[in-house]
Design a protein around this ligand. Sequence first.
Ligand SMILES: [Zn+2]
Length: 298
Amino acid sequence: MGREVRRVPLNFDWPLKKVWDGFLMPDGLDETPCAHCKGGWSSSAEALKDLWYGYILFDPASTGSTPLRHDTPAVRARAERNVAQAPDFYGTGERAVVREGQRLADLFNAQWAHHLNQDDVDALVAENRLHDFTHTWSRETGWQKREPAVVPTAAQVNEWSLTGFGHDTINQMVCVQARCAREGLPVYCAECDGRGSFEAYPGQRAEAEAWEPTGPPEGEGWQLWENVTEGSPISPVFPTAEALAAWMSDPARGKRWVPPATAAAFIADGWAPSFVSIPETGVVSGVEWIGHHTTEEA
Ligand SMILES: [Zn+2]
């Protein structure tokens, strides 16, 4: 995730900024998508996912949940915050807050995500997905399980989901899978066994599993590569480390310029992350950091 020095042949001429072919799995190993599903899910699981996000009609009564109103405290608090942040858009005063509260209530009432029942909550707790309730956090100790164990109520979790970050995609998958299990519905597509694709020819999957990336050829040259993508060269090939350091520290390179000592230290080290956060100086480029770090140690 940054830049690295590679030793390549002096006549290595792979185009700059183009990912080295050997790092990419050949297209011929791509499987044929399953025509019966999207990504391996059963139609039941897909429907429940749509229900979670409100893409298909959801009724709070179906999970025994109470519909939200514009004046439900958590809804009202969010409406007040939205209106305060963008009065030009929402208008001001009580009418604006009520209107925005009603919009939010309608939106949330259409989503299973905000109307979980206790079975859903228990499934999330079993998968360790509700740390805000079941754990404490401090800088010193990190997350620690509450003793005795706490199981939040569905009402508590549904209120929580209206504040802060709420549920993520993993929570959605946990609830969908648990509900499929409870209702005896398949989670995965039976046609493709949940893989979402078929081998284009017999043995393709084993070939793809056995495939390993291969780096560029090795040689006497010195070249700077970025590995933010799979990996591509970003400098000419130089015959010596000093020549590469000189290129890196050439002021003509403008913003990408690094001091000569830093460039030399980086090449000696061979690898730098793109950016490093240092308390006293803030974020610096990874190459500068290597220089800073090495100078300090020396
Ligand atoms: Zn399928």
